[in-house]
Design a protein around this ligand. Structure first.
Ligand SMILES: Cc1cc2nc3c(=O)[nH]c(=O)nc-3n(C[C@H](O)[C@H](O)[C@H](O)COP(=O)(O)OP(=O)(O)OC[C@H]3O[C@@H](n4cnc5c(N)ncnc54)[C@H](O)[C@@H]3O)c2cc1C
Length: 455
């Protein structure tokens, strides 16, 4: 989704006054590493802060700025080289284009990402939760073994596995240490998985949690609090490779990312009575789940990334917000979330009209700002097409999350109060901040959003 005008929720609530003076924003679209260096060294023409943008799908202002310079990276979209187990690309290439390129050789990216429209540069510089197959790393950034950065002083910096401490910082660095010109990622032969689906109520889901957190598979669960249903999807890695058919994945992509949100938004508009409308929306959602489960019984990272329609990007008006919680808290968080949704609906009449998603996020120490650096987590993502009341819901959900010591992502979590990240990320954020200052002493890349959140 394009977020050119995205405003951080907390800021919009605490500072609702609109600016009266027109703000000046400079746009740049580099075509080479030298172009990026020229932008960063010419402060007169390209004022600070300089913010790189990939596909712009982040839901916060991490990729955006009201003043300064926005650097659109999408013209840098070439594959620069390949070995049997790595691929080197320019940062603006879309994940889908890279996945298609690799699929010709029966290869795939190690980390999976459900939205293939995003760029490699944006996905490895931010939180991009993978499919969760054991051993794959929880974020796409985990598979990065080399990056070429142009730092705030316009200098080219090569960061490879021979500089492990710097690579740890460069992965998931949100464009704060420099602009990624190119990246080398680990790749592998396409690895298949089998999908098993099951439907249970919330109580049963909570009972199953210890097994689900241990199973040697990826776990994703769609939660429908008002139907008391949890749709569990488990992806078991397979020993043998089986090429999954593309059409079912395309249909699933179309249903989940376009058709269902559009139908639900229409129902919201044409059926004003909530006692009729909301059960109808749940029935439609359950039907689409049943269809998706029938369509797709096996897959691979490659099948998911290439099996999507090129022109179909994530439904623009669907809101989403992710918080991560410790696995040890899960048995408390899930029932509390169920009650929270019901209570909010009773008191305000508002509910999210798309199912929430919970997924297992294994421990990942490949990036200093990895949310699961200290241990395994699960991500809880709320989604809705219903914008009336969404902002209030997000603020209350943030309070709920803070109560359970939730960890935010700088690109996917709204409603985070300034400095809360300091509590959530602790010493690691302090270390990141100190090194950032050294690499970008003139604060060329530091936007107001990060001033507030890095502390
Ligand atoms: C409806 C919806 C659903 C989503 N679902 C998921 C999901 O299931 N899983 C998930 O993980 N995410 C999800 N997201 C979030 C989003 O897709 C991620 O934030 C994504 O990783 C960002 O990729 P991008 O190319 O759009 O980067 P952008 O949003 O453009 O940028 C992300 C960050 O990286 C920086 N950046 C971009 N390019 C560069 C570069 N070349 N060098 C240095 N820094 C750079 C930006 O400044 C910014 O800080 C969803 C978003 C939406 C709107």
């Amino acid at each position: 989704m394009s977020h050119g005008t995205a405003i951080d929720l907390y800021e919009s609530v605490t500072r609702p006054v609109k600016r009266k003076v027109p703000v000046k924003l400079t746009n740049a679209r580099p075509r080479s590493a030298d172009d990026i260096a020229a932008i960063l060294t010419n402060q007169g023409k390209f004022p600070s802060p300089v913010r790189p943008t990939g596909s712009g799908s982040s839901i916060t202002r991490c990729n955006d700025t009201a003043t300064g310079t926005k650097v659109d990276m999408t013209a840098l979209d070439r594959v620069l080289g390949q070995t049997s187990n790595t691929v080197t690309v320019q940062a603006g290439i879309r994940l889908r284009d890279l996945a298609e390129h690799l699929a010709h050789d029966n290869l795939e990216l190690v980390g999976d990402c459900s939205d293939p429209n995003r760029t490699v540069g944006g996905a490895i510089s931010s939180g991009a939760l993978g499919g969760g197959l054991p051993g794959d790393g929880s974020q796409l950034a985990s598979s990065v073994c080399h990056v070429t950065l142009i730092n705030g002083l316009g200098k080219r910096v090569e960061v490879g596995e021979n500089l492990p401490d710097l690579l740890l910082l460069a992965r998931m660095s949100y464009g704060l240490l420099g602009i990624v010109y190119s990246a080398t990622l680990h790749i592998r032969p396409i690895r298949s998985y089998t999908i098993r689906n099951t439907k249970v109520d919330f109580d049963e889901f909570v009972r199953l949690l210890p097994n689900l957190m241990e199973v040697n598979a990826a776990v994703k669960v769609s939660l429908m609090p008002f139907r008391d249903r949890a749709y569990i999807e488990i992806r078991y890695p397979e020993e043998v490779e089986r090429r999954a058919a593309a059409l079912p994945w395309k249909l699933r992509d179309w249903a989940a990312n376009s058709a269902v949100p559009k139908v639900i938004r229409s129902v919201n508009k044409v059926v004003p009575v909530k006692n009729l409308r909301d059960p109808l929306i749940d029935t439609l959602t359950e039907a689409s789940h049943a269809l998706s489960n029938k369509l797709v019984g096996s897959g691979s990272n490659s099948a998911e990334q290439t099996g999507s329609f090129k022109k179909l990007v994530l439904d623009e008006e669907t809101g989403s917000c992710t918080w991560l919680f410790s696995i040890s808290n899960l048995a408390s968080v899930i029932p509390a979330f169920h009650k929270f949704c019901e209570r909010h609906y009773r008191s305000s009449g508002y509910r999210c009209d798309l199912p929430a998603e919970a997924r297992r996020v294994d421990q990942d120490q490949y990036a200093l700002l990895s949310p699961s650096f200290d241990g395994p987590l699960f991500a809880l993502t709320i989604r809705s097409t219903n914008t009336e009341g969404w902002d209030d819901f997000l603020l209350e959900f943030a309070e709920f999350a803070v109560h359970f010591k939730g960890i935010p992502l700088f690109n996917q979590t709204k409603g985070v109060k300034p400095r809360y990240a300091v509590t959530a990320y602790g010493d690691r954020l302090q270390r990141f901040r100190d090194i950032r200052k050294r690499l970008d002493p003139d604060n060329r890349l530091l936007s107001q959003f990060f001033v507030e959140h890095l502390g």
